[in-house]
Design a protein around this ligand. Structure first.
Ligand code: COA
Ligand code: ZN
Length: 301
């Protein structure tokens, strides 16, 4: 019998990872990556987004990709949706090929949000409200991302009060889960502790995921602290440490799934994920990897 998992991994490399790679991968390559990731033990995979192809050309073929993928092992799929137009594009896919979860997104700082989605935080609530309503009516699970929850590349340190305000608003709108994002990978363990100690007074830890990027090398440590000190159990990560946000200058990739799994498993925390399989899935892409483990060739031999 499978040992009980203590951590849930949301694998975001096909979306957060590949949206920031210069090379636009053909859907066949993405399909291969996603099907291999289904074999690693991760719980969820964010397979792509339905944003404007002008804004993020790397994600323009998410429709085709979903038609091509053969889903395996009961892994849950999600897609990032910015507005009703994106939702309608997703609904055009035959039901059997649709993901069971969608993710809407906003931020905790206006300057970043304007650059990312051309809307202030307040305006973004109006844009995503009908998406959340429709999605819930049709029994999709709904996640919402809060980008720049610790630091904004344009406004500097973001106040926890702002993040709490946005999170509460998102739950009022009906989302099931909020993923709190360190979009530019600038958060220190102190920043994480400060935000979580305030946020968890208002919102149950079971409804919060954390989404760390690794620009300053803090992402694994921040994940550990979130789990050990605050009981957070859902973490977003990207195989190979791929990723970043095209609208956040200087930001590096997500926390690498293999580094995160290695850290948790070797600290006695069950994840159910095989980090060697994660590495072999992403090595097939022949993209330079940014994880710490990828530098140690011996591990995967
Ligand atoms: N999918 C495809 N095209 C879309 C779209 C969607 N979800 N939403 C809007 N568009 C198209 C419109 O049809 C319109 O096309 P046209 O110029 O040919 O008429 C054009 O985009 C502008 O539409 P508008 O509603 O005014 O959008 P906008 O210019 O304010 O842009 C977003 C808003 C959200 C669509 C855009 O900023 C975007 O896609 N950002 C990417 C965000 C992202 O993925 N960031 C990384 C992840 S955090
Ligand atoms: Zn991200």
């Amino acid at each position: 019998m499978e040992q009980e998992k203590q951590i849930k991994i949301v694998e975001v490399s096909p979306r957060d990872g590949l949206q920031n790679e210069k090379e636009i991968l053909p859907p066949e390559k993405k399909k291969e990556l996603i099907e291999s990731l289904c074999e690693t033990g991760v719980d969820e995979i964010e397979v792509g987004s339905f944003v404007s192809p002008k804004a993020v050309p790397q994600m323009k073929d998410t429709d085709n990709l979903l038609l091509m993928i053969n889903k395996k092992n009961g892994v849950k799929f999600s897609v990032l949706i910015p507005n009703m137009k994106g939702f309608e594009r997703m609904m055009n896919i035959p039901e059997s090929k649709r993901p069971e979860k969608i993710a809407v997104f906003t931020a905790a700082s206006d300057t970043f949000n304007l650059k990312n989605i051309n809307a202030t935080v307040e305006d973004s609530f109006k844009i995503i409200k009908p998406v959340i309503e429709e999605a819930k009516k049709l029994k999709f699970e709904v996640r919402a991302y809060i980008s720049t929850a610790f630091w904004c590349p344009f406004e500097g340190k973001v106040k926890p009060e702002k993040v709490i305000y946005v999170a509460e608003k998102l739950f009022e709108l009906g989302v099931d889960e909020v993923s709190v994002g360190d979009t530019i990978g600038r958060a220190s363990p102190k920043d994480v502790s400060e935000l979580l100690s305030l946020l968890l007074k208002k919102i149950s830890r079971d409804k919060i995921a954390l989404h760390f990027h690794n620009t300053y090398g803090m992402a694994v440590l921040n994940s550990f602290i979130s789990f050990r000190d605050f009981g957070i159990r859902t973490f977003d990560s990207s195989a190979g440490g791929l990723g970043g946000c095209p609208f956040a200058p200087g930001a590096s990739g997500n926390v690498a799934t293999e580094d995160l799994i290695f850290m948790f498993e070797n600290s006695g925390v069950k994840t159910g994920v095989d980090f060697k399989k994660v590495m072999s899935a992403v090595l097939k892409l022949e993209i330079p990897l940014r994880s710490s483990l990828s530098k140690i060739q011996k591990i995967i031999e």
